[in-house]
Design a protein around this ligand. Sequence first.
Ligand code: UGA
Length: 435
Amino acid sequence: MKVTVVGTGYVGLTQGACLARLGHQVFCVDINLKKVEALKRGEIPIFEKGLPEIVKEGRENSRLKFTTSLKEATAEKPAVVFVCVQTPKNEDGSSDLSVVKKVLEDLGELINASTLVVIKSTVPPGTRALFHEWLGDKDIQLASNPEFLRQGTSVNDFFNPDRIVIGVESKTAGRVLRKLLSGINAPIFETDVETAQMVKYTANNMLALRLSFINEIANIADIFGADIKMIEKVVGMDPRIGSKFLRSSAGFGGSCFPKDVLALHVAAADAGYNSKLIAPIIKVNDEQPLRFVEKIRNHFEDLNGKKFAVWGLSFNKGTDDIRESPAIKIVHLLTALGAKVSAFDPEAMENAKAELDENVEYTTSKEGTLENADALLVLTEWPEFLDADWDLVKSSLKEKVIFDGKNFLPHDDLFKRGFEVFGMGVWRSDKKRLQ
Ligand code: UGA
């Protein structure tokens, strides 16, 4: 089938390249000329496992093309256009739909009712009438096909989803999408558009709620001297609760949870419902990096002139994305208190350089950060941080102390090796507990 994908961020690019792999003829369009030129040369602007290979394959067999012109990308009357553009948050937490608006207005000039417009961007319910207005009065059908891709595993998630949701306005649209996605082995749920949009918000809000909840429990565990790792393990064994997304940390990040949580809260409020449970998810998360830095201050008291080795800057392993990354927030807090930081991340260093100030230096290896460092901070759970040469770490650090912002290091083992280890709701130290 002929498909147009608007937006080549990690969602759009993954969507386009994976649909080409399924055998469809895909035209990806993005207004960013530099990005499109790079993609045409075969360069991938983001770090995402497996993506370079399928983009290469699509370019070579000519099933995947790139352009900056929406007119060119829709000239061959595609059966489906996927809108995969950003919906960042406005100051008041609502979803900024200005890019979606521009795309729909432009599409309204270029396509007719034979093309189905599928919104993959995360947009709040209650927007469908507005979207039709932006498309113009042309009987063009809208659908919602929310994505559940995780950065770092998005290609695998595309081909092996737990479920697919298609929110449609007619049975015909449902048939078109089923045919398009028939190469993927997953249950497909056909709903109305609003339900599909709510499924996406519910999933992200539920996951974020779990994380903020376990982070609150970690904060309380700190006060009472309980061990959050054991709490997570034992509680997670209850099949009604489950162990996934139950790992406490110095906060969650990324481009999705923080904005989607707020957007649902604001959309509900605008529609007259004042949610009591949703806003605190973000409040708890905003405070976690502060709590983490408090622990470091409790240990060192004055951070002025101290130097910290930082491993990990991206918001998650497997990605170079630093948006809303707790690591970045923590580094900002430390440098504001007069500390210096020597940082390493396997993929996110270039993005971090554009965001952080001159009090941060960068090294080409994780070991390089250790020189003259007072302590080690591990802020992203890259697997390679688990394979560190801990003897080298120990001999290099001025104080044998590690702060684990993701609670993922082997704490007992490190303690046996002579380190003090502090995480959120977890510590291994003879001396004191740092709340
Ligand atoms: C999230 C959802 O997981 C996807 O299903 C969804 O499609 C995507 O948002 C989206 O809306 O586009 P993503 O933000 O890429 O995906 O990454 P996650 O793996 O969900 O991680 C989010 C944050 O939570 C990271 O900072 C991660 O370190 C943190 N996290 C995750 C924890 O602190 N503890 C955990 O147990 C799990």
